[in-house]
Ligand binder design. Structure first.
Ligand SMILES: *Cc1c(COP(=O)(O)O)cnc(C)c1O
Length: 473
């Protein structure tokens, strides 16, 4: 310990002197002098306060300059960054949902660089509409007459209801009054859209006559919500899209269908559980269909709205649309993702979200077999690493019952006696502190790393050398 550190009255080195240390000269060259000085002053102020309380501070130049450099480096590291999603939930809302295909990333960087024809009609040399870049493709892939796009599906639902049913009634089955993670509750959205929700039927059974009885002079639409994040089993009844559309049309009302995940292709062709596609829903008679861009579509966050021409026109005229419009990066990425959907046969290879969902089990197994000894070696004898069967989830409220057989490496505390829970918590923390944080899940006294979504084996292995599983003990 330096002399200075021993004495609470010790004077701290001057700012100018510290700025001339090799560490802070380098930091100032990298991050700029202003931020370096500001950060150094913070460090010195804290040191002074600590000394003032009579506590000990390492006031050596080296220590103060080092602390400043460390803080600067943390400050300048982007806060939003890539992580390894080994949670077993493929489209994890908290971890950013769908990974984008290279085509979408290239399209985004291309338009990000400078000016683009975002709202400019190049053929006519006049103002254009940003939806024009996507509408024709959405119609081609769904069969619908027209389309528009907003920032997410929650916004899409809000906008559709507000445009078509403000101050009027919308009938929804009680079994479909869903809540989706992150405070999207159908009754709340209805209220905010300015519509009166008319609940129809019961939680487990709703019949056509329930809708008929609910239709009155103030009705504006019937709505069907895809209950994507739960299932009602047993004594149940629901009215299918086709029957409901017929009923709505007999009363001159539109049927709005919130599909949620909204796949554009039949997933059963890839061995995944079947979901109604957007095209199926349109064909069944829905007049407006909404779905997410970053769920089963495998694209960027967006809310897609397809349907009948005159209804889409009313939706586009709503001033709220202006407040929900997508930016050019989203439109660029979506355009690329939609074009990939033109060829369902190659979609599995080209759309990362679908590639992860359909990753062959033997491939995940082989990955687990390679990684188990590597992880065991990195973790040492305190931990035992084994391979276990697990089931990945699609996530984002898609297909709650559709579970995908997968393999995980599971890590347990190998020492006898207590402390397993704390040790696993420390290990999970150490994995999160890696340069590319690794996110797993702790369950049944083990840390589970589902390997389905591990797409960068080398990157994962390379950083294990820096793992300090006992840090903070
Ligand atoms: C996910 C989902 C939403 C919300 O979509 P976001 O794109 O997350 O805003 C709305 N409705 C249903 C049925 C959903 O599954």
């Amino acid at each position: 310990m330096s002399d200075a550190a021993k004495s609470p009255q010790a004077r701290l080195p001057a700012v100018d002197r510290l700025l001339n240390t090799p560490q802070l000269t380098a930091a100032a060259a990298e991050h700029g002098r202003a931020l370096t000085v500001a950060t150094l002053r913070e460090v010195l102020a804290e040191a002074r306060a600590t000394l003032g309380r009579g506590d000990v501070v390492d006031s050596a130049e080296d220590a103060l300059a080092g602390e400043t450099a460390r803080r600067l480096s943390t400050l300048m590291t982007p806060d939003l960054r890539r992580v390894f999603n080994l949670t077993g939930t493929v489209l994890h809302t908290n971890l950013g949902r769908a990974p984008l295909p290279p085509e979408a990333i290239e399209a985004m960087t291309e338009v990000a660089r400078g000016a683009s024809n975002l709202e400019y009609d190049l053929a006519r040399g006049r103002r254009g509409d940003r939806d024009d870049h996507l509408e024709a493709w959405l119609c081609r892939l769904t069969g619908a007459e027209a389309a528009t796009v907003v920032n997410n599906n929650a916004a899409a639902v809000l906008l559709v209801l507000n445009s078509l049913a403000r101050r009027k009634e919308v009938a929804v089955s009680r079994g479909e009054l869903i809540e989706i993670g992150g405070a999207f509750r159908m009754p709340d959205i209805m209220a905010r859209a300015g519509c009166r929700l008319v609940e129809v039927g019961t939680t487990n059974r709703t019949h056509a006559r329930d809708y008929t009885e609910a239709i009155g002079p103030r009705s504006a639409a019937l709505m069907k919500v895809h209950t994507s994040n739960y299932v009602v089993e047993g004594f149940t009844a629901a009215v299918g899209e086709a029957e409901l559309a017929e009923l709505a049309h007999a009363h001159d009302l539109p049927l709005i269908s919130d599909l949620g995940s909204g796949s554009l292709v039949d997933l059963s062709q890839y061995g995944l559980p079947a979901e109604p596609t957007v095209a199926d829903t349109w064909r069944a008679g829905a007049d407006v269909v909404t779905f997410s861009g970053d769920k089963l579509l495998g694209g960027p966050q967006a809310g897609l709205i397809v349907g009948r021409r005159e209804l889409i026109a009313r939706i586009k005229k709503n001033p709220m649309k202006r407040a929900m419009r997508c930016d050019k990066l989203t439109i660029a990425a979506l355009g690329a993702v939609l074009r990939l959907h033109a060829d369902p046969e190659r979609l599995r290879q080209r759309l990362p979200a679908l590639a992860l969902l359909t990753r062959p089990l033997p491939e995940i197994e082989a990955l687990a077999a390679r990684l188990r000894p590597v992880l065991q070696n990195a973790l040492g004898a305190d931990f035992a690493v084994t391979i276990a069967d697990t089931a990945s989830q699609i996530g984002s409220g898609s297909l709650p019952v559709g579970r995908l057989p997968s393999k995980a490496v599971t890590i347990t505390w190998a020492r006898t006696g207590r402390g397993s829970g704390a040790a696993l918590k420390r290990l999970a923390g150490a994995l999160r502190r890696l340069p590319l944080p690794v996110i797993g899940r702790v369950q049944d006294d083990a840390l589970w790393l589902d390997l389905r979504c591990l797409d960068d084996e080398d990157g994962f292995v390379r950083q294990l050398g820096g793992l300090r599983p006992d840090a903070g003990r």
